[in-house]
Design a protein around this ligand. Structure first.
Ligand code: NDP
Length: 483
């Protein structure tokens, strides 16, 4: 049975309760995790608060070193962590390896930044005698890191990395359905010699453990990734305490395929963009708009690519040219995608591929990659986030129509355009309402660039040097009486 890591020790829930973690490919139990409660949150926040004063005073270089050592320890346990991630989350092994490597890359990026944090100097008018100002940065305190199930490791890393190098202490709350690999990662990072209480993990339901963490008065910083509706609740709970909050929320990323696009590259970008992680990615390519001149050719190439996907257990390799696609993460997730598809078909959409559970896959939460053409633009696949392997496609006349349809969403996370026309690239960069536009590139969250949505997709940024700003409070200092 897995345990939580609190105050430098492995612990069960105070209540002794546990719950099963289910393998989405087989519906078998992978392991049991502690069903944490409010009292476990209290304890984790208490030890994190206690650890804060000395951790926040540690040399920046030393904090970076802890993280670097942690990364080396994680590398030695790559196989075990990747395997656990595949079994609890459902994603194919090569995708789990990709996620693990991305985690290490992100943690190393922040370890490298530890010594590059700067404040600033400001000359001041000598109204009260000569003086100057300094803007200094101070870590905030205990940070809560609330993580979803689609990328349990990278989305934890984007919070732990900047929080720790900035000098905060952390309590992680993984998604209930994916606690196991996250627990291992937190345990191994602690083996790097982190002082007890600096990095903790508490497992249990969002409604109790998550809410207790967010509303705890000693938690000063909340970093959340998950659904927009949950983000709204987290903000409501945080506002009375004026906590520093960042929210990375849902998306409905549009992709525009222009007539001059390299169609083979664009098809590859859309396939990876939509079907990676069985379509369960915030920045997945969720709506495709193709210029009419290249619509038929694009579709032909796309459907040939979609036919290569073979749903199956993540730990079984697909024979080339087949590409493995895992199950959806839960039965509820699959039902949601099925309902969105039915709505799209009822609203004029034409099913071009998939649309059902693959034959012989009655166990597990599998669903065929699915393509649907031209559903009405008020159907659920446009109004809502589609979090599964369901791709709607529309034909467009020109760039203005493409951008208008791209912006017809409550979301604004990512977006992409496939063209070499500099005017269209400029227009997309300026006019698409999103936190990110990829040009001739696959949708991917680089550690080096600030990432986060606009409209209902987000509040604040993760990744990049910019993420560090959310883990510091700035303070202005005036130094006077200089002569
Ligand atoms: P949820 O919002 O359901 O859950 C995310 C986390 O919040 C889980 O740990 C969950 O715990 C916890 N939680 C749930 N309810 C509460 C609450 N009331 N108070 C505090 N914590 C709570 O999201 P999913 O796990 O379903 O993740 C998928 C979503 O994440 C998608 O919408 C996706 O787009 C978004 N996402 C956004 C990204 C971005 O960077 N913008 C990146 C990746 C995903 P529990 O599991 O116990 O319910």
């Amino acid at each position: 049975m897995a345990e939580m890591f609190i105050g430098g020790e492995w612990r069960r829930a105070r209540s002794g309760a546990t719950y099963p973690v289910v393998n989405p490919a087989t519906e078998e139990v992978v392991d049991h995790a502690p069903l944490g409660g409010i009292e476990d949150v209290e304890e984790a926040v208490r030890v994190a608060k206690e650890a804060f004063p000395s951790w926040s005073k540690k040399d920046f270089e030393e904090r970076g070193e802890f993280l670097r050592r942690g990364v080396e320890i994680l590398k030695a346990h790559r196989e075990e962590i990747v395997e656990t991630l595949t079994r609890e989350q459902g994603k194919p092994l090569h995708e789990a390896q990709g996620e693990f490597d991305h985690l290490l890359h992100g943690l190393t990026y922040y370890a490298d930044l530890a010594t590059k944090i700067r404040g600033s100097y400001q000359p001041l008018p000598s109204r009260f005698g000569p003086s100057y100002g300094l803007i200094i940065k101070r870590p905030i305190g205990v940070a809560a890191a609330i993580v979803p199930w689609n990328f349990p490791l990278t989305l934890m890393g984007t919070k732990i990395g900047p929080a720790l190098v900035a000098g905060n202490t952390v309590v992680v709350k993984p998604a209930s359905t994916t606690p196991l690999a996250a627990i291992k990662v937190v345990g191994y990072l602690n083996e790097a010699g982190l002082p007890p209480g600096v990095l903790n993990i508490v497992t249990g339901p969002g409604r109790t453990v998550g809410e207790a963490l967010v509303s705890h008065p000693d938690v000063r910083r909340v970093a959340f990734t998950g659904e927009t509706a949950t983000g709204r609740r987290i903000l409501e709970l945080s506002v009375p305490h004026f906590k520093r909050v960042t929210l990375e929320l849902g998306g409905s990323d549009p992709v525009i395929i222009c007539p001059d696009a390299d169609l083979d590259k664009a098809v590859r970008g859309v396939l990876i963009g939509r079907f990676w992680n069985a379509g369960q990615a915030c920045l997945a390519a969720k709506r495709v708009y193709v210029f009419e001149e290249v619509y038929d050719t694009f579709l032909e190439k796309l459907l040939a690519g979609v036919a290569r996907y073979e749903p199956g257990e993540g730990w079984v390799k697909a024979e080339r040219p087949r590409i493995r696609i895992g199950p959806l993460h839960t039965a509820k997730q699959r039902e949601e995608v099925q309902a969105q598809l039915q709505d799209a078909l009822a609203k004029g959409g034409k099913l071009l591929y998939g649309g059902k559970v693959p034959e012989g896959r009655e166990r597990g939460f599998f669903f065929l990659p699915t393509v649907v053409a031209e559903p009405a633009h008020d159907s659920r696949v446009v109004r809502e986030e589609t979090f599964g392997p369901l791709l709607p496609i529309w034909k467009v006349k020109d760039i203005d129509e493409a951008i208008r349809m791209a912006n017809d969403s409550i979301y604004g996370l990512g977006s992409s355009i496939w063209t070499y026309n500099v005017k269209w690239i400029h227009k997309a960069a300026q006019e698409i309402e999103a936190g990110m536009t990829w040009v001739n590139q696959i949708h991917y969250g680089y550690d080096e660039l600030p990432f986060g949505g606009v409209k209902q997709s987000g509040y604040g940024k993760e990744h990049g040097i910019e993420a560090l700003d959310y883990y510091f409070e700035t303070k202005s200092v005036v130094v006077g009486d200089l002569e």
